[in-house]
Design a protein around this ligand. Structure first.
Ligand code: ZN
Length: 514
């Protein structure tokens, strides 16, 4: 429910603005409808599409994208945007945010030559398939020319669009509006100086938690049932959401009353099955909480990738890997799997699921070492885009950084520089969102603990609703109305501050590894 915090859009003061605004909104609605249909197709593609159906689906997707670009590129939209931007201060906050978001999308498709966009689309498809082959055969040289091409296309796209200070700033701004390389350098250097000593202390610690029981065979159906039990406790109601299975879990927001999550059920890894559910559940609660009055506008969305990731990581790590949560859920888990968890106490379980270990693979990393995996990718892609690093040197630089930050060297490039898909498709600038999400999560949670009476006591009784209600009220309902910077400041009283995450890690892991 929306109260006074979000102004009531009663329309512009000046009658002369009414017409262009109404015409603009009609264009926006058409765009949103096309985007929504694409999302349905994309959900289908990632869930139940038979292997051979991909060409038919890709054809429809391509046409939908062309239709969206035609609207975004149109003279009509251009003129309306020019008119509305001139009088932006007379608009309501909602209309202003909408104009800014559409103007950004319009600028992207108009400033970059069509030929370059097409070149990019093709290079990213080829890059992806070359990456698959190179990764499979552990041969970086098969990937190198494709990656080189993608870097050069992205760099020239940035030149066309224009940037301030660093070309990487433009990519960052696409994912995390307003964030700069300078701010990010500061955040990561803080993390580096604090986390590296913690990791080496843990490495030398006598405490080596036993975790083999997490990796026994766990029944598929029972794991799915428990995932739903947890999601229901988080506040889901399956008349307005779904949980399906897919190779790579994700969450889609289709409209009010239709939020769909997918998960992956590991045959022999109970904790990754459950964290996959809590992670997507965090995304799902955000989506479900956006004010329905924003439907059919670009505000019916999250504020940014990192703010979205803050919601998923809050439930996955801070809540879902915390002691209060397992005080309630461990007996339920043990009842479902008495054999596998025989003689395991809740303390043993808690220690096992929070085991810290340097490993070469980012997606298998614990919450402490994870940030350094992201840091390595950030430093490399920033230097690539700024022209300070050439693709040829990537394997060498990668391994050196792994050694410096995590004290290990990957046994192969497949499990090193080629492990992630992102760059192969020309996606640069996304990686920092993962770490930013963790930082936002810790800062939000710190405020939640102060504002929700007995928050962790309630969680330990299995009552996760006060947290959901608080997040609905403070974060979710605003959708994409505010920028990430505005949200964190309004909710926590200060800009993003990595100290909340650092303190959370210190406090938790000093107890686990005394
Ligand atoms: Zn996520």
């Amino acid at each position: 429910m929306i109260t006074s915090a979000i102004s009531n859009s009663s329309g512009p003061d000046h009658a002369s603005l009414k017409r262009p605004l109404a015409r603009f909104k009609r264009q926006v609605e058409r765009l949103e409808a096309l985007k929504g249909i694409s999302e349905h197709l994309s959900w289908d593609m990632q869930t139940y599409l038979p292997e051979k159906g991909i060409n038919a689906l890709a054809w429809k997707m391509k046409h939908l994208e062309m239709m969206q670009n035609r609207i975004l590129r149109s003279e009509k939209l251009h003129d309306l945007l020019t008119e509305l931007k001139e009088r932006i201060n007379e608009l309501s906050p909602e209309d202003r945010a909408m104009v800014n978001l559409i103007a950004k999308a319009h600028e992207r498709v108009t400033k970059v030559p069509k030929q370059l966009l097409e070149e990019f689309a093709e290079a990213s498809v080829r890059g992806y398939s070359a990456w698959e082959i190179a990764k499979e055969s552990n041969d970086f040289s098969k990937y190198e020319p494709h990656l080189e091409k993608l870097v050069s296309i992205v760099r020239s796209e940035i030149e066309h669009r224009g940037y301030k200070d660093s070309p990487y700033n433009l990519l960052l701004d696409d994912y995390e509006p307003g964030l700069t390389t300078k701010q990010l350098d500061h955040i990561f250097s803080r993390l580096k100086e604090e986390l590296i000593p913690i990791i080496s202390k843990i490495k030398n610690s006598k405490h080596k938690p036993e975790s083999a029981f997490l990796f026994k065979a766990y029944d598929h159906g029972e794991q799915m049932r428990l995932s739903k039990v947890i999601l229901e406790a988080m506040g889901f109601n399956f008349s307005e959401s779904r949980l399906d299975e897919s190779m790579h879990p994700f969450c889609s927001l289709f409209g009010p009353g239709d939020v769909r999550m997918t998960t992956f059920i590991y045959p022999k890894d109970i904790i990754h099955t459950l964290t996959s559910a809590t992670h997507e559940g965090g995304h799902g609660l955000y989506d479900m909480g956006v004010d329905p009055k924003f439907y059919k506008t670009p505000l019916f969305d999250g504020a940014s990738c990192a703010i979205h990731e803050s919601q998923s990581r809050l439930y996955e790590t801070i809540v879902g890997q915390g002691m209060p949560f397992w005080n309630h859920f461990f007996p339920i888990l043990k009842e479902a799997f008495p054999e596998q968890l025989k003689d395991v106490s809740v303390e043993d379980f808690y220690k096992a699921i929070n085991k810290v270990e340097s490993s070469p693979i980012r997606i298998e990393a614990d919450e402490v070492t994870y940030q350094l995996h992201v840091l390595i990718r950030y430093e490399i892609e920033r230097d690539l885009i700024e022209g300070k690093l050439v693709v040829k040197d990537l394997p060498k630089v990668w391994n050196q950084k792994m050694q410096d930050y995590l004290g290990i060297t990957p046994e192969s490039d497949s499990r090193g520089v080629m492990q992630d898909v992102h760059w192969s498709e020309g996606s640069f600038g996304y990686f920092p969102s993962y770490t930013l999400g963790n930082l936002y999560a810790a800062q939000f949670y710190n405020t939640a603990k102060k504002e929700i009476p007995d928050l962790e006591l309630e969680i330990s009784k299995g009552n996760l609703i006060p947290l959901k209600n608080w997040l609905n009220e403070k974060v979710h309902r605003y959708g994409a109305l505010e920028t990430p910077g505005e949200i964190i400041k309004r909710v926590t009283g200060e800009p993003l501050n990595p100290d909340y995450f650092i303190n959370y890690i210190k406090e938790k892991y000093e107890k686990l590894y005394p």
